[in-house]
Ligand binder design. Structure first.
Ligand SMILES: Nc1nc2c([nH]c(=O)n2[C@H]2C[C@H](O)[C@@H](COP(=O)(O)OP(=O)(O)OP(=O)(O)O)O2)c(=O)[nH]1
Length: 322
């Protein structure tokens, strides 16, 4: 049976997968299991909209209408299954003049395992990300303490009380109303900004020096502009002069360094801010002092050298500049 639903059909993707459960569309074959579990007064008695005793014919009709409501985006009533077996149902109904309402039931023999809580938490997360629903309501029988505990655990707070007709009990019953406002998604943790200076060393033939990042370092094997991090209290120019000495055994002066462009790039753990200088004059012969492979590269060949993602925009700018 195909119980999946594409984004195109519903505007939201199903099924929903949790650690122990799968929440999926109900299918006609579920009618027998739904009937068996709901036709139990300890379950049906807590539900306002099901009669007791409960017959399979009603389950069949309800399953058909649940499918139609998903397709019309009016409600999302889903089977809660564990290891392929139906253990309960959960639903979210979108109401025209009221907040969306969540409701659920778990078959008696599956009580006490936190399944309602797990299913409801997943459906609420799904509703927030897929449907943009932030506020949700639930009505619970005043004496259904287990269900109230589930709601409270999920962040629902009591918002009122009333009476509601319970088909299963054939009379009006006192209910508590609960409301939950979802927390806004957490903004990503701020990353430290790492200042790194780098240099496009250009020789008399107009070629640019690239150095290959050594094995074992972040971005290993990629080609970069020589340079590095600033030491405490160092100016960018002093840091660059030092890095060129340490890495390439050359000497240069501040007057030979011109700022060209800068890279601003979010890596996973830090945000790189990297001014790129150009230098055409230095003393000494460029040699690899730290064992990095070096390459003098013509501007039009730069693309042949894979570089860190932060450098990609710089390479295009540099090619146009030279
Ligand atoms: N020098 C240089 N670093 C670059 C370029 N592009 C780029 O993303 N980076 C990144 C890689 C590193 O995370 C950081 C440079 O730091 P670094 O070279 O001083 O330090 P590192 O990662 O080699 O490690 P370490 O010396 O601190 O052990 O900037 C580039 O073109 N040149």
């Amino acid at each position: 049976m195909d119980t999946s639903t594409s984004m195109a059909a519903t505007g939201a993707s199903l099924p929903i997968v949790t650690a122990r459960l799968l929440l999926r569309r109900l299918v006609a074959e579920d009618a027998a299991a739904v009937t068996r579990l709901v036709n139990d007064y300890s379950v049906a008695g807590n539900l306002a909209r099901v009669p007791f005793p409960y017959r399979e014919q009603l389950a069949q009709e309800w399953i058909a209408s649940a499918g139609a409501q998903i397709d019309s985006k009016d409600a999302y009533h889903l089977a809660i299954t564990r290891d392929g077996a139906l253990v309960g149902c959960i639903g979210l109904t979108l109401r025209r003049n009221a907040l969306p309402e969540i409701g659920y039931w778990i078959g008696r023999k599956f009580w006490g395992q936190g399944l309602a809580r797990e299913a409801a938490a997943a459906l609420l997360d799904w509703a927030q990300t897929e449907l943009g629903l932030v506020e949700v309501e639930a009505d619970v029988l005043t004496d259904n303490l287990a269900s109230q505990a589930v709601l409270r655990h999920l962040g629902f707070v009591e918002s009122g009380s009333g009476v509601q007709q319970f088909l299963s009990r054939n009379r009006k019953m006192p209910v508590l109303m609960f409301r939950r406002v979802a927390e806004p998604p957490k903004p990503p943790a701020p990353k430290p900004v790492l200042l790194v200076v780098a240099c496009a060393l250009v020789d008399s033939d107009g070629r640019i020096l690239l150095a290959q990042r050594p094995k074992g370092k972040q971005l290993e094997g990629l080609w970069e502009f020589p340079g590095g991090k600033l030491n405490d209290g160092e100016t960018p120019e002093a840091a660059l002069i030092r890095e060129l000495r340490e890495e390439l055994s050359i000497e240069t002066q501040e007057s030979c360094l011109s700022p060209l462009f800068f890279a601003s790039h979010a890596y996973e753990k830090f945000h790189l801010l990297m001014p790129l200088y150009i230098c055409r004059k230095w003393q000494g012969r460029v040699t690899s002092a730290e064992g990095q492979a070096l390459a003098w590269v013509r501007p039009e060949k730069l693309a042949d050298y894979p570089m860190p993602p932060a450098d990609v925009p710089l390479v295009a700018l540099l090619r146009d500049f030279l």
